[in-house]
Design a protein around this ligand. Sequence first.
Ligand SMILES: Cc1cc2nc3c(=O)[nH]c(=O)nc-3n(C[C@H](O)[C@H](O)[C@H](O)COP(=O)(O)O)c2cc1C
Length: 312
Amino acid sequence: MPSLFSPLALGALELPNRIWMAPLTRCRAEEGHVPGPLMAEHYAQRASAGLIVAEATMAMEGHSAFWHEPGIHSQAQVNGWRLTTEAVHRAGGRIVLQIWHGGRACHPLLNGGRQPVAPSPIAISGDEVHTPEGKQPYVVPRELGDDEIPPIVEGFRRAARNAMAAGFDGVEVHGANGYLLDQFLRDGTNRRSGPYGGPIENRARLLLEVLEAVAEETPLMGLRLSPINSFNDMADSDPIGLITWLARRLNDLPLAYLHLMSGDFLGRQQGDVLSPARRHFRRGAPLNAADPATFYSPGPAGYTDYPTLPAA
Ligand SMILES: Cc1cc2nc3c(=O)[nH]c(=O)nc-3n(C[C@H](O)[C@H](O)[C@H](O)COP(=O)(O)O)c2cc1C
């Protein structure tokens, strides 16, 4: 990996190396899903990464999928995250926040008795969730009405705005690993009809609406997808078709990066989702043609004046 330690421009950020810390839920938030000084210390210890993607963080209230995961919907949470962003920046690092909604992976015992919501009323089977009352099976979620979608999009927008207020360098939208946005994308969990179900362009509608809203709030937006990850009891009849369609369509959005999980946590599903994504989601810019007449000549011409791509 000859370029691992060379810098990389990511939007307006200059990353000193290409080692990124993957988002890792560690469930260390304090009461009220508020990040505290322990989390600030954890992230500051890792500030030499080119970029830290901070763990999945609740975009909106009442959709907790892990005991003690952080949120970014209250002022106390914004203030708490500020400890982390300041500590990471003081240590010379850069950090973006992964924002999410757990969908059917949420549990009533983590949410004051509230039933989780999802595209379709299908429970996660074959796994259990940690709750204050021990490990529990997942419950059948309530199918969201189409009229309940706009408040979710607005929740992601507010979360992105809050993340910037908390001092993050950007936001990663969590469209992976079987949580709400991924539940809409894949046909194993999305059996809806209407504008948010059926063909890929409908199943992707919520994700695209969220990305459009988030892009208005942050100068640096990334997206994580995991088309063949079966974690959280996820499946799709055509993961290659899904990633191909998305990779093409995502070119229309101001994404700083696409964070694609190429494999399956549980090793059940195989498939090359990376190649179609690479083929269809790239900047697509032509390489400059070299001007040999300037190779051994003085001055800036043909030396420092080759056109560069504008920062994404
Ligand atoms: C403890 C733990 C917590 C994780 N939390 C998140 C998370 O919050 N968001 C996310 O997108 N992925 C999460 N992941 C997935 C990791 O980011 C990563 O993709 C996974 O560990 C596979 O690593 P690999 O791609 O290097 O094999 C988590 C994984 C582990 C083991």
